[in-house]
Design a protein around this ligand. Structure first.
Ligand SMILES: Cc1cc2nc3c(=O)[nH]c(=O)nc-3n(C[C@H](O)[C@H](O)[C@H](O)COP(=O)(O)O)c2cc1C
Length: 359
């Protein structure tokens, strides 16, 4: 594992290895504020080169799920500061994933006064868990006005500033998996007739404006973006121009110059694979760092790094279930299996109690 465990750089940052902890929503942030349990969870995993946090909302309007954290209030900034201060001494760098859920939401999960917003007033198929009433259908969102779009862009750039104030090394814009940014990109969820809908140039406009605003707020080296070309999660059906649209996006993002693109491939859990041609396009068109993720073990990660397919590899469930994943792989030790029944439940069970190897 000469590459996986070796130091590298990400923009102006040095990383202690090429292992990224993928963003994992864990729903432990009661009241949408990070707490001591979350501090412990992230500190346990800080042997990674880079941690990308769970999806964190830049706005009260983006809190679609129960118990997910935000980064728009003073209490949230203070809570997250505890996390970054616990992680950094172990050597990991940490980016906050900014996730605005858009239409993947239920009003019972949102604070009073918050609005469920999306490019068009179209509900996503599927259901959403609420603490108060269990499973409920996803809400029908309000179509965003131009003023709502402007406000959302300002919320992303303020959230990026807040993340830096909380000690983060940067932010990852969640433009994957059917959340707000991807809702603008995809034609099924974006049926607008103004300059934010229709052609790919228009559907990509919001994502590119958010990226530019975040870069304007905290700088190119502190902004990454996650994309899921060919992803179908959260009612995002495939369509004919998918590869052409994401090729356009790759070129536009290259011009803006965020520090990385992080591609999601959910084929390990039964979704359509991201074609190799699409991954190769991102590798060629986008000149800064590329992160690949989805179903990786150490051997496949090393092989893709050696083949030059990516600069870093992200691991989700392996880090979830193995706080000492780096040490386990270095030792060739077996891994703990993830327990799906506690992925999203409150409390320490299945969160901070996965055992580390005996010292
Ligand atoms: C419990 C759980 C929560 C997740 N939450 C997020 C999230 O907040 N943001 C995101 O971009 N992806 C999220 N994902 C997807 C993971 O980042 C990753 O892409 C996926 O688990 C596949 O990688 P793996 O095979 O290494 O687990 C989540 C996955 C799991 C299992």
């Amino acid at each position: 594992m000469s590459l996986l465990f070796s130091k590298t750089t990400l923009g102006s940052l040095t990383l202690q290895n090429r292992m990224v902890m993928a963003p994992l929503t864990r729903n432990r942030a009661t009241g949408n504020v990070p707490n001591e349990l979350m501090v412990q969870y992230y500190a346990q995993r800080a042997a990674a080169g880079l941690i990308v946090t769970e999806g964190t909302s830049p706005s009260p309007n983006g809190l679609g799920y129960a118990r997910i954290p935000g980064i728009f209030s003073a209490a949230q900034i203070a809570g997250w500061k505890q996390v970054t201060e616990a992680v950094h001494p172990h050597g990991a760098r940490i980016f906050m994933q900014l996730m605005h859920c858009g239409r993947i939401a239920h009003p019972l999960n949102l604070p009073a006064g918050a609005r469920i917003l999306a490019p068009s007033a179209l509900a996503a198929a599927g259901e959403m868990y609420t603490d108060a009433e269990g499973m409920k259908p996803n809400a029908t969102p309000e179509a965003m006005t131009e003023a709502d779009i402007k406000t959302a862009i300002e919320e992303y750039s303020q959230a990026a500033r807040n993340a830096v104030a909380a000690g983060f090394d940067g932010v990852e814009l969640h433009s994957a998996n059917g959340y707000l940014l991807e809702q603008f990109l995809r034609p099924n969820s974006n049926q607008r007739t103004d300059r934010y809908g229709g052609s790919v140039e228009n559907r990509a406009r919001f994502v590119l404006e958010v990226t530019a605003a975040a870069i304007g707020a905290i700088g190119k080296d502190r902004v990454g973006i996650r994309l899921s070309p060919f992803g179908v999660f959260n009612d995002m059906p495939p369509y004919a121009a998918m590869e052409a649209d994401y090729t356009y996006l790759a070129g536009q993002l290259n011009a803006l110059g965020p520090v990385y693109i992080h591609l999601v491939d959910h084929s390990a859990i039964g979704a359509p694979p991201v074609p190799d041609s699409m991954k190769a396009t991102f590798r060629t068109v986008f000149k800064r760092s590329l992160i690949l993720s989805g179903g990786y073990d150490a051997v496949r990660a090393e092989s893709d790094l050696a083949a030059g397919k990516a600069d870093l590899i992200a691991f989700g469930r392996p880090f979830l279930a193995n706080p000492d994943l780096v040490a386990r792989w270095k030792a060739g030790a077996a891994l703990n299996a993830p327990d799906m029944s506690t992925f999203y439940t409150p409390g320490p069970k299945g969160y901070t109690d996965y055992p580390a190897l005996a010292a």
